[in-house]
Design a protein around this ligand. Structure first.
Ligand code: ZN
Length: 663
């Protein structure tokens, strides 16, 4: 843990909401205390209500906010004189409690307050802090959790065994206001104070004591020796995991802290011990899957079988089973692999899994035994109706979510437009270009649009070594490859009689051979992965309707189309589709249309150079200027399952050029 971070930049205690935001962010910034939306904080203030009356108000963290980035708007208000009478109730279901709290809010229709709201309301102190601190959970998750809490934190701290958050837990904690603080078994810590600093400092102090206690105990057990790296290459392993999981993004972690877990001799025990606390279940599922010796397929099937039995034991009439697949994989000698719908998801899963497993390891080392939830409590956490309700509110999965797509020539023009479109459909992209600055700009604007930030790989696609490295890098980063947009190209103008032979060779290298190299390596990965795939080549109207004075380009583009057909022939059996998009005259943001090429093409067509764009628009049947977005739409269609029965074909995106109709 980072320790006590309170410093002179703290707002004055009298600025109640500001000092609440300040200490919430301090707590939220430490992943050993709080992870992704976990934990909550509050303050009790006095505000003027809508009728001009002065009333006491509880400001508590809202549902779906994150402490590390929270601001004042993240704390909905509730009238305390509406909340406090609830202390006389014996019990309340989650639904009744949520419905009741809707009547108490200061801002109707605003953010929903945390499910742990009443716990804050029932404690009389002005400031209340609650986290899921790793060290505290490592203390409690053992057969003798209460004893360990007393030994580590003293008798002044009250202990409440595991109970799911809700009305009863809040009432129980509210009744313990005379103690120094409350530890919640399998869950976390609650502290309070009359100043914000008191509550915060008590919180940090108790977690430090828990950490120190665990360290003294851990010294008694022998140190664990890490296993040497012995497994085969990483990529085949990731591809095999993905073959079983389907379209998901994988993340591989091999840092020392992950190896310290994956390489322990008791790794299977830790993996099966269950999550450290209930809100981890939603992210990482009930257990981790160990792959050690057996095939990934066998390990995953065994996990699913265990999950189905777990579901059958706990399910009630009409309950639908969630995805039974593991999300966390521990691979002795290698580290950890996690899965998600995009790279960020997979990263969150990795962080949460790391903390759950670290707590289990610490608990095991300190107490000699580790105990998480009972089977029943675990089931109730996984199928908690309030959380299932949240899932129904989540936006639907996007069309290309979970897919990994490589886009070449992504630093400008068509490649950039394609990257934007695919990212907006949820694809996790790896961009490849020889121009890092332009590519970074594409990546930056994708992130700014709110889509998954892509991986950027600088490569010379005419170099076999670069191509192979780029493909491997993509698989290591995301676990596999589902799509390729082979787009990078260069112009090459000049009549045959005075064409420089070097330029001719260069055009074939970049506009044909580089596509072959990429196709070969991507098809190998796709075949090993066994999930099919889609390759889209961005060729040109010139492939079918060549231009005089543009031979080196037109011949190479015709070769690219033929390459696509061979890829379709050879990839079909593995479910790999290969298709072509033929654009014409896409000027916007294009590096291909340099001033020189504009001049050359204008001369070839006998028009003034400033009219070249209009000339191209006028020569097509629709009299339209073709844009990168038009091309991107066709590419997106060919990459998606909407075109699942289409391979070996060409879509022209040229406004209609009769001389270049596909044939
Ligand atoms: Zn909690």
């Amino acid at each position: 843990m980072k320790g006590n971070l309170w410093d002179s930049s703290a707002p004055a205690e009298s600025a109640l909401l500001d000092v609440l935001v300040y200490r919430s962010r301090l707590l939220g910034a430490d992943p050993d205390l709080v992870l992704w939306g976990g934990g909550n904080t509050s303050v009790k203030t006095t505000e003027i209500d809508f009728r001009g009356r002065e009333r006491r108000v509880l400001r508590v963290k809202g549902s779906g906010t994150d402490l590390k980035s929270i601001d004042r708007s993240g704390f909905p208000g509730l009238y305390l004189d509406d909340i406090l009478p609830l202390r006389d109730h014996d019990d309340m279901s989650d639904e009744e409690m949520v419905a009741y709290l809707e009547h108490c809010v200061v801002e109707p229709g605003g953010r929903r307050p945390s499910i742990e709201t009443l716990l804050h309301g029932f404690l009389p102190a002005r400031h209340v802090d609650h986290t899921h601190a790793d060290a505290v959970i490592a203390l409690t998750n053992t057969e003798r959790g209460e004893e360990a809490v007393r030994a580590a934190l003293g008798d002044g701290v009250a202990y409440v065994p595991w109970r799911r958050p809700g009305f009863l837990l809040s009432k129980q904690v509210g009744a313990l206001a005379d103690s120094e603080a409350v530890v919640l078994g399998n869950h976390g810590l609650v502290t309070w104070g009359n100043t914000a600093e008191q509550s915060y400092s008590k919180h940090i102090g108790l977690v430090e004591r828990a950490e120190a206690y665990l360290r003294t105990l851990a010294g008694r057990t022998p140190a664990v020796t890490a296993r040497p790296l012995e497994s085969p290459a990483l990529e085949p392993l990731l591809l095999q995991i993905r073959r079983e999981l389907g379209h998901r993004i994988l993340r591989f972690e091999s840092g020392a802290e992950f190896r310290a877990i994956s390489d322990r001799p008791d790794v299977r025990q830790l993996a099966g011990a269950g999550p450290a606390t209930a809100d981890h279940v939603l992210r990482i599922g009930p257990w981790s899957c160990v792959i050690d010796g057996e095939s990934p397929a066998a390990a995953i099937e065994a996990y699913r079988q265990k999950y189905r039995e777990f579901f059958d034991r706990g399910a009630w009439e009409g309950l639908e089973m969630l995805d039974p697949s593991p999300r966390v994989f521990l691979i002795p000698g290698r580290g950890m692999v996690t899965s998600g719908w995009n790279a960020r998801d997979a990263q969150v899963v990795a962080e949460v899994a790391f903390h759950t497993l670290k707590i289990a390891a610490e608990g095991q080392d300190a107490h000699g035994s580790y105990q998480s939830f009972s089977d029943r409590d675990l089931f109730d956490a996984e199928y908690w109706p309030l959380e299932l309700y949240k899932l129904t509110l989540a936006p639907p999965t996007k069309e290309l979510e979970g897919r990994v797509v490589l886009v070449t020539g992504a630093a400008s023009g068509i490649g950039r437009a394609v990257a934007h479109r695919l990212a907006s459909l949820g694809a996790q992209l790896a961009l490849i270009d020889i121009d890092p600055a332009g590519m970074e700009q594409t990546a930056l604007s994708i992130g700014q649009a709110g889509d998954a930030p892509p991986l950027c790989i600088r490569a010379d696609l005419t170099e076999q070594g670069d191509v192979w490295a780029a493909v491997r890098h993509t698989v290591r980063t995301y676990g596999g490859i589902d799509g390729l947009v082979s787009n990078a190209g260069i112009p090459a103008a000049g009549r045959l009689t005075d064409l420089d032979s070097e330029l001719w060779r260069r055009s074939l290298e970049v506009n044909t051979t580089s596509h072959f190299l990429l196709t070969a390596h991507v098809m190998k990965m796709m075949t090993a992965q066994g999930l099919g795939g889609s390759i889209v080549y961005v060729a040109s109207k010139n492939a079918f309707g060549p231009g005089a004075g543009f031979g080196a380009y037109s011949v190479a583009k015709a070769g690219q189309v033929q390459l696509a057909r061979i890829a379709a022939l050879e990839g079909g059996a593995a479910g790999i589709r290969a298709n072509v998009v033929n654009p014409d005259a896409v000027f916007e943001d294009s590096k291909l249309w340099s001033d020189e090429v504009r001049r050359q093409r204008a001369a070839a067509h006998g028009v003034p150079v400033e009219q070249i764009e209009d000339f191209y628009a006028q020569r097509n049947l629709l009299k339209t200027k073709v844009t990168g977005r038009d091309v991107a739409e066709a590419v997106a269609f060919l990459l998606s399952d909407r075109s699942r029965a289409t391979t070996g074909t060409v879509i022209a995106v040229d406004g209609g050029v009769a001389a270049a109709f596909p044939r």
